[in-house]
Write a protein that binds this ligand. Structure first.
Ligand SMILES: Cc1cc2nc3c(=O)[nH]c(=O)nc-3n(C[C@H](O)[C@H](O)[C@H](O)COP(=O)(O)OP(=O)(O)OC[C@H]3O[C@@H](n4cnc5c(N)ncnc54)[C@H](O)[C@@H]3O)c2cc1C
Length: 480
């Protein structure tokens, strides 16, 4: 007898190809695709807290709805709390089981535990967000890895990445007795969100087009160009990986196949392994969304300076590269990885502001904002994370700018009041002679601020504060 399966799409798996739950349901019989508009994310007040992710998600959800319909099925979009809707529909639809893709976040694991308890039918979670089930790799002592290079070595030696599955050619129509009080996918406007035209388009097709463009235009030069903030040298697939409009396995296989063992392949795939590391780390240490990985950082004397915070948020610190990153975030909800590192380090180390404030700001505005990845990036930058940048390594934003934006084009794009500065001074306009500033139309403190803190002093202050604080605890700079 055919099994009736609810395929519960949950926002990190918005595709029909390489989708383990959908494939399993299809192999067993009737397929009932479901998406729940849970107020946890979709209440207008909540949605407005994550406007760009919401826009990308809604676009991707519409694309999923169309893809399912094209193949003969349909997506049921039902409003309500997941913990109530899913068990209720399981009963009403006489479903034998519910299948979904696993999430790693602590709050999602709690949601899944509650649903599993209340379902009254089988609840099966499948992998798919990552290349291997998070929390799989263990050291010889049976502990999670806290050093990336060791994790990466074992990952490469042991994890077998199979070929991705093609999309189903056709899907069975949903059984005729399956009905629900459905709702249309809301528009951004209905949730009170202003659409941002600068965002990348969502959806599975757009994700694959991005992958193909990357393979054609940028992949082979990835190692040389990936750190250049002024060039389009990276894949821009992060939001797709976050929302699952493409699977990590599809990206891995395509890049591995196209670049086949070259340094470019190794360099790019290594970033996907960093992604695995972030997800596994959060899986094994769910408390990291609240607290630093390195216990010595507990109680760190972060400062509460609203003026400095606002200068950083608005991109008005007087450090052009830091300001460009802040404005790129607000403008297109994306920030180049190198600029993220410089900007995050600056907030924590130069301004002594708690990394958790920056983390929340990024999570709100980034289209690819992802709990595991963002937390790992911020803790790395602050020096308190799992295999983080050591606390005493402090980026110099001027020299970082000169190195990774050598012509200043990244700064010119996002800080247009500096557009006419000659390249020699673009990363440090406060050092430019008056005549150069006049010629470029830059008026310090008026059209563009002087540095809100002096680099050398800020550096020394952070080192003094951090070493004093970390002295209290001998494990401070050790990974646990
Ligand atoms: C402070 C900070 C915050 C960050 N927040 C996020 C976030 O919320 N979501 C997110 O996806 N990434 C985050 N990152 C990692 C990285 O900046 C982005 O993944 C990358 O910039 C996305 O651009 P891309 O897709 O063009 O990357 P590519 O260079 O093309 O890399 C391909 C993929 O590999 C993964 N990847 C790349 N770099 C990293 C990295 N350093 N760590 C882990 N995975 C990586 C991403 O999934 C990325 O899409 C953060 C980094 C820092 C320093």
């Amino acid at each position: 007898m055919s099994t009736r399966t609810i395929v519960w799409f949950r926002g990190k798996d918005l595709r029909i190809s390489d989708h383990a739950p959908l494939r399993a349901a299809l192999a067993a019989g009737d397929v009932m695709p479901l998406f729940v508009l849970d107020p946890y994310f979709f209440a207008p007040a909540r949605a407005r807290e994550l406007p760009h992710r919401m826009q990308f998600l809604l676009d991707s959800l519409s694309a999923l709805e169309a893809a399912l319909a094209e193949r003969g099925s349909r997506l049921f979009v039902v409003a309500g709390k997941s913990v109530e809707v899913v068990p209720r529909l399981t009963r009403e639809w006489r479903a034998d089981r519910v299948v979904a893709q696993r999430w790693v976040e602590p709050f999602a694991r709690e949601r899944d535990r509650r649903i599993g308890d209340e379902l009254g039918a089988a609840f099966q979670l499948y992998e798919g967000e990552t290349l291997m089930p998070p929390g799989t790799l263990r050291t010889g002592a049976g502990r999670p890895y806290s050093v990336f290079s060791q994790f990466a070595r074992v990952f490469r030696e042991t994890v077998v990445i199979g070929g991705p599955w093609l999309p189903p050619r056709a899907l069975p129509p949903v059984p005729s007795d399956v009905r629900a009080d459905t709702t249309a996918i809301p528009t951004c406007e209905q949730l009170g969100i202003q659409r941002n035209p600068a965002l990348l388009p969502g959806g599975e097709r757009a994700a694959h087009a991005r992958l193909q463009r990357f393979l054609r235009d940028a992949a082979s030069a990835y190692p040389e160009r990936r750190d250049r903030m002024d060039l389009a040298g990276t894949s821009r697939l992060s939001a797709d990986l976050k929302f699952g409009t493409i699977s990590a396995r599809q990206v891995w296989t395509a890049v591995d196949g196209a670049l086949n063992g070259t340094p470019a392949a190794r360099s790019f795939l290594n970033e996907l392994v960093w992604r695995e590391f972030s997800h596994s780390t959060l899986w094994d240490r769910p408390e990291l969304l609240e607290r630093p990985f390195r216990p010595g950082f507990e109680g760190f004397p972060w400062q509460h300076d609203e003026e400095l915070w606002q200068a950083w948020v608005d991109g008005k610190t007087g450090y052009p590269v830091v300001d460009a990153a802040a404005r790129q975030l607000l403008g297109e909800s994306f920030v180049h990885n190198r600029a993220r590192m410089i900007s995050a380090s600056f907030l924590c180390k130069h301004l002594l502001i708690d990394y958790r404030r920056g983390e929340a700001h990024y999570l709100k505005h980034l289209t690819d904002g992802d709990w595991a990845q963002n937390n790992a990036g911020w803790q790395w930058s602050a020096g308190c994370g799992c295999d983080a940048q050591p606390y005493f390594r402090i980026f110099n934003p001027f020299t970082q700018g000169e190195k990774f934006d050598p012509e200043g084009d990244y700064v010119r794009r996002w800080v247009p009041e500096l557009a006419k500065m000659p390249t020699r001074y673009i990363h440090n306009p406060a050092e430019a002679p008056d005549a150069v500033l006049r010629e470029a139309g830059v008026w310090l403190d008026q059209s563009y601020p002087r540095p809100v803190v002096a680099h050398r002093l800020a550096r020394e202050r952070f080192l003094a504060v951090a070493s004093q604080h970390l002295k209290r605890d001998p494990r401070a700079s050790e990974a646990s």
